[in-house]
Design a protein around this ligand. Structure first.
Ligand code: TXA
Ligand code: MG
Length: 340
C-alpha cells in the first residue's frame, strides 16, 4: 500500500468541504459518528471501497455498512423496503440502528462483501450527516480500527491505527454511544433478528416489531464451518494485544479472584464504584451500561498503552445496552469467561 500523509481535519466548514471533496475523489476519510469512528468512502465507487478493506486489513467477505443522511436515499441503496423496516427507520433514524435489506444494483459487490443484501444506517452525528450530504453519495464505513482491534471512539485512536494509510481523519470529538450500532435482519413481516447488539435494545425494538430474536452468536462463538447470518460473527474482534479474561461474579468475589492472580503484567478493569485492589493496577469503565459502552474501547486501548499482558475484566450486566458491552468483551476475550 502507498504511504500517504494523513491530514487531521477539524469540524469547521472549510475542513468539512475538504473532507467531502476527498470522498468525492475516491479517497478514504476517518469520520466521527455517534457510535464509533468510521472509515468512510463513496459506497458506489469500487476502487474507493477496496481501499477501505486494504487500510483495515479486513477480509473481503465481511460487508460494510452504507450510511445515508436522508430517507429519500434509502431506495438508492435498498432494492425493497418492507413496511416494518420503514416503521423502524421512522422511529430509530437518525441513530445507532443498522438494517439489512436487499441490495440495489448501484451498490457494488465489493461493498456488500459479495452478498445480495446490504447493511444500511442513518447516523445521528451532525458531521457524518453533513459529509454524506456534501459529498452527495452514500458512504460505506466500517469501524475505523485495524481489523480485529478495538473500535476507535476518538480521532486520535483513528490516527494511531490509520496514519499513512488514508487521506484524512476528521476530528468530531468523542463518540457519544461508544459501541457500534445494533445490526438487525428481517425474518418476516413482523420478526427481526438482532445480529449485533448495540444502543438500540431488544426491548426498544419490541415496541415496534411483534417478535425480536437475539441471534445465539451474540453470546456464543461460532463453530468452524457453521453457517453465520452475519460474516462479522466469524472473525476475532475488539481484541487488544493483552490477553483478556471476562470474570463474572460479585464485587467481592471478583476482587478476591484478581488478588489471587496478581503477578507482573496483570491488570484489572473494574466498575467505577469498585475500590482499589491491593497489588493489582486497575482501570475503571463506568457503572451503568451506557457509561460502560462509552468507555470500553478506550480502556482496552489504554491497557495496551500501559503494557498490560493480561487483563481480568469484571463482567458487565447483560441488561439493556449492557448486552452490547458484554458482547464486545466476550469477543475481546476470545470467549474466555470465568464464573466465580
Ligand atoms: O456503528 C456502526 O455500525 C459503525 C459506524 C461507523 O457506523 N460501523 C460498524 O461497521 O461497526 P463494521 O463494519 O465494523 O461492522 C458491521 C457489521 C459486521 O459485523 C458485518 O459483518 C455486518 O455488520 N454486516 C454488514 N452488512 C451485512 C449484511 N449485508 N449481512 C449481514 N451482516 C452484515
Ligand atoms: Mg468493526
Amino acid at each position: 500500500m502507498n504511504i500517504v500523509e494523513t491530514k487531521l481535519l477539524t469540524d469547521c466548514a472549510a475542513d468539512l468541504i475538504e473532507a467531502a471533496q476527498l470522498l468525492q475523489s475516491g479517497q478514504v476519510v476517518g469520520i466521527p459518528t455517534e457510535t464509533v469512528y468510521g472509515l468512510a468512502a463513496d459506497a458506489r465507487n469500487e476502487q474507493a471501497v477496496r481501499q477501505i478493506f486494504a487500510a483495515k486489513g479486513r477480509p473481503a467477505d465481511n460487508p460494510l455498512i452504507v450510511h445515508i443522511a436522508q430517507l429519500c436515499q434509502l431506495e438508492t441503496v435498498a432494492k425493497t423496503v418492507p413496511a416494518l423496516a420503514q416503521k423502524l427507520a421512522d422511529h430509530f433514524w437518525p441513530g445507532p440502528l443498522t438494517m439489512i435489506l436487499p441490495k440495489q444494483t448501484a451498490i457494488p459487490d465489493v461493498t456488500s462483501g459479495g452478498l445480495d443484501t446490504v447493511g444500511i444506517r442513518m447516523p445521528a452525528h451532525p458531521v457524518a450527516r453533513a459529509l454524506i450530504l456534501l459529498s452527495g453519495t452514500p458512504l460505506a464505513a466500517p469501524s475505523a480500527n485495524r481489523s480485529g482491534y478495538p473500535s476507535p471512539t476518538t480521532a486520535e485512536h483513528v490516527m494511531r491505527d490509520m496514519e499513512g494509510k488514508i487521506a484524512a481523519v476528521l476530528d468530531g470529538g468523542k463518540c457519544d454511544v461508544g459501541v457500534e450500532s445494533t445490526v438487525i435482519a428481517f425474518e418476516n413481516d413482523d420478526t427481526v433478528r438482532i445480529l449485533r447488539p448495540g444502543y438500540v435494545t431488544k426491548q426498544m425494538l419490541e415496541s415496534y416489531a411483534k417478535t425480536v430474536i437475539l441471534d445465539p452468536a451474540i453470546l456464543h462463538g461460532v463453530e468452524q464451518g457453521q453457517i453465520v447470518r452475519s460474516p462479522g460473527m466469524k472473525y476475532q474482534h475488539y481484541a487488544p494485544r493483552a490477553n483478556v479474561t471476562l470474570v463474572e461474579g460479585t464485587q467481592i468475589a471478583f476482587e478476591n479472584f484478581v488478588r489471587q492472580h496478581a503477578r507482573p503484567g496483570v491488570f484489572a478493569l473494574v466498575f467505577d464504584e469498585a475500590g482499589r485492589i491491593p497489588g493489582v493496577p486497575c482501570l475503571t469503565y463506568g457503572n451503568s451500561g451506557s457509561e460502560q459502552a462509552q468507555q470500553i474501547f478506550a480502556r482496552l486501548r489504554d491497557l495496551d498503552d500501559l503494557g498490560a499482558a493480561h487483563v481480568y475484566v469484571h463482567a458487565p450486566s447483560r441488561e439493556g445496552v449492557g448486552l452490547a458491552v458484554y458482547n464486545r468483551l466476550i469477543r475481546a476475550a476470545g470467549f474466555e469467561v470465568i464464573q466465580i
